[in-house]
Design a protein around this ligand. Structure first.
Ligand code: SF4
Length: 71
């Protein structure tokens, strides 16, 4: 059995507000109903070759300064 690539762990994956095409791939430039890696496999016959692991910050969210604003 071939293991499928997990788009949720890929930095190119994104979600949309479009209920017909709720998932997308920035690397290949499309939106789709299914997981992008499944769509790539179905349409090209090969596994996704663009997967890039998301970089997770070591800094806890509570210490993040980009969203830390007070009124
Ligand atoms: S590059 Fe591949 S793994 Fe990443 S979102 Fe696109 S299809 Fe999924």
């Amino acid at each position: 059995m071939i293991k499928m690539i997990n788009c949720f762990r890929c930095e190119f994956f994104f979600t949309t507000w479009n209920t017909d095409f709720p998932r997308g791939c920035k690397a290949y430039g499309f939106k789709t109903r299914e997981m992008p890696a499944e769509f790539v496999k179905k349409t090209t016959g090969t596994m996704c070759l663009q997967f890039r692991e998301k970089q997770i910050s070591d800094q806890p969210a509570s210490q993040s300064s980009s969203l830390d604003f007070r009124i």
